[in-house]
Design a protein around this ligand. Structure first.
Ligand SMILES: [Zn+2]
Length: 191
């Protein structure tokens, strides 16, 4: 847990299960969710409705869990917890956003029934701006995780290594990985 980097309001957890609640899917984390501020185990409180859009215009409403921190001295009260396939403040799924950023979206698949494209070229352009706006922060954050928690030396902090580029080159899943590390460590990307 990285302390002192601000409180994020939306941890992202891996391996959520989605349960069919009759026309709507409800997400449940499989493991304990720790408070991003005080690290105490949080308690499931309820679920909140959220939209989920996929390439081609298909959209669903899902329910994501809200957890509460029972530590009275902690400023965190109730927070939403996202499954790894969702990105804070974005309607499209994380794999759709990642494919768009990597220019891997199939144009035919993005075509909607009325002939427009979903995601639109404008949305994709916004995502490119979003990731480049956060690039320096992501690299610095991942280096600091490597230094503080994974035993890498101070050389890593000082190096010009572009960790984000390395992760992207390693293949699918990079956006979900970096978001999980950042959001679940008590920090966040600039929306
Ligand atoms: Zn707390």
């Amino acid at each position: 847990m990285l302390q002192g980097l601000g409180i994020n309001t939306m941890p992202i957890v891996a391996g959520c299960i989605a349960i069919d609640k009759g026309a709507i899917w409800e997400y449940f984390p499989k493991c304990d969710v720790l408070c991003p501020h005080c690290t105490m185990i949080m308690k499931l409180r309820d679920h909140a409705l959220r939209i989920l859009k996929r390439s081609g215009g298909e959209k669903d409403y899902v329910r994501i869990p809200r957890f509460q921190c029972n530590n009275e001295s902690c400023p965190v009260k109730v927070i939403r917890v996202l499954p790894e396939e969702l990105t804070p403040y974005k309607h499209y799924t994380t794999p759709t956003i990642e494919d768009a950023l990597d220019d891997k979206l199939d144009e035919e698949e993005t075509r909607t029934e009325d002939g427009t494209f979903s995601p639109s070229a404008k949305a994709v352009s916004c995502w490119h701006k979003w990731i480049s706006k956060n690039e320096t922060f992501i690299n610095g954050f991942l280096k600091s995780v490597g230094f503080r928690y994974l035993g890498y030396g101070v050389e890593l902090l000082k190096s010009t290594l572009h960790i984000l580029e390395k992760l992207r080159a390693a293949g699918p899943g990079w956006l979900s990985i970096i978001q999980r590390i950042i959001y679940s460590s008590g920090s966040r990307l600039t929306p």
